[in-house]
Write a protein that binds this ligand. Sequence first.
Ligand code: ZN
Length: 349
Amino acid sequence: MSFDKVLSQSHVVRYFQGTISKGRLAHAYVFCGPDGVGKALFARELAKALLCEKVDESDGNSTGNKDACDVCKSCRTADKGENPNLSWITPAYKVIPISSIQELDRLAALKPVESRRRVFVIEEAEKMSVEAANCLLKTLEEPPPGVVILLTTTSLLRLPRTIVSRCQVLRFHPLEPDVLKRLITKNFDVANDVDGLEWLTRASCGSMGRAATLINEEAVSRRRKLFDRLSSLHPEDNFLISQEVLDWCPHDKDEGLEVRRSQLRVWMCLMLEYYRDALLCKVGAGDIGLFNSDAQDNISTKARRLSVGTIMNIMDEIEYSLEGLQRNANINLLVENMFTRIARLEAIT
Ligand SMILES: [Zn+2]
């Protein structure tokens, strides 16, 4: 069964199985949730089910099959990316241009090929240009019959409200720890490192995308380095530390700033977890399980030096910078300011 490939999102699978049985499919959906939790995978499996020749949509109380069969011609061509009724749009050089949506428009007006419908998936829909979004809006206002459009995004705020209001929104949750652990073990060579696997599962916060960033050897040694730097912050070192962290988030010429931002988010979240652990040590709750239990000595020394109020202010500072990152602030300035303010807060404790 195709939907079985979708892990940790059983609420969405159940929703669609019910919707398909009742024949109440909407013409557009937005799948919203963090990176690496299976939004695109689900879109593919749903598209297959909506196009599968064996799926029974006959009547409301039918107990027939609601899932893609994986063997009919439609399913097989969909798996190969060759199904003429399934079109997949992804950003090219960080933007979805108007030409991609105009092509969607053109195909949507045509009769499906030996099928009851056409399905369009727009991945990372927040990357549509303004013109592309306006063009899509027109299609959403008067959708041709038999057309289903699936959009994926990490943030509803980054999509025009006019588009969101014309779609059904389904939220995707972070992966459950057991599921994530199984996926990490299956995809990366970590089965022999029990402590490493535990840490990676916690630090990935339910996202395979984040796990992939953290998995390499370099990331492990950089995390140690970051914690060493945090253990003795001096206001005069801020520029160097900022540069070091920024160097760990290279600017990818093809992928653009988005990849850099998401890598930086990982390091900033690790800092937040470091200070959260320090707060637990400070209030005598360190034994309930630190996020970074392998760095306990470093963290308890830090906790002894700072007051509860200072640690909380520093955590606010990091949260504030994470929000800035989401709002597309200047990355270099944001990181430098964050370290400067943290060092100042620590100095006056
Ligand atoms: Zn099929």
